[in-house]
Design a protein around this ligand. Structure first.
Ligand code: AMP
Ligand code: ZN
Length: 135
């Protein structure tokens, strides 16, 4: 298997997928463990592990296709809204180390994702922004 990577194998057609969209650069297919009906993954055909090792050009292409597929799903499924998720690293829940964007269709009102927010400490936020600001 190329790059020992399951998503490269899907892109190469070595492993079957429930394909939704394909062009020269990008493939979109249904997630086999869906969060909701129509949960779709959008991947570049060339291997990158995640956002940080993908070129800006590749990212721009993939994100444009994420938009195209999401717009299509909104009417074709249909759905009322959708979340775009993109996990980087095991700490963020990434299980497949090939860059992918999740399109998760949502229906009805008030759907969230299960991060828990806390009330920010304004002084601490100001200090943090000073520390991490890009020059
Ligand atoms: P992540 O946690 O962001 O790495 O997400 C990886 C996703 O890939 C999970 O939601 C899996 O259900 C999905 N997945 C793993 N193998 C396959 C496969 N062969 N076909 C479709 N989706 C897959
Ligand atoms: Zn890969």
């Amino acid at each position: 298997m190329k790059n020992n990577c399951i998503f490269c194998a899907i892109a190469a057609g070595e492993i079957p997928s429930f394909k939704v969209y394909e062009d020269d650069d990008v493939l979109a297919y249904l997630d086999i463990n869906p969060f909701s009906e129509g949960h779709t993954l959008v991947i570049p055909k060339i291997h990158a592990t995640g956002m940080l090792d993908a070129s800006d050009e590749l990212l721009a292409t993939v994100v444009a296709r994420v938009k195209k597929v999401a717009a299509h799903l909104k009417t074709a499924l249909p759905c009322d809204g959708f979340n775009i998720l993109q996990n980087n690293g095991a700490a963020a829940g990434q299980t497949v180390p090939h860059l992918h964007f999740h399109i998760v269709p949502r229906r009805g009102e008030g759907g969230g994702i299960s991060f828990t927010s806390g009330k920010g400490d304004m002084a601490a936020l100001a200090k943090l922004a000073d520390r991490i600001r890009i020059a």
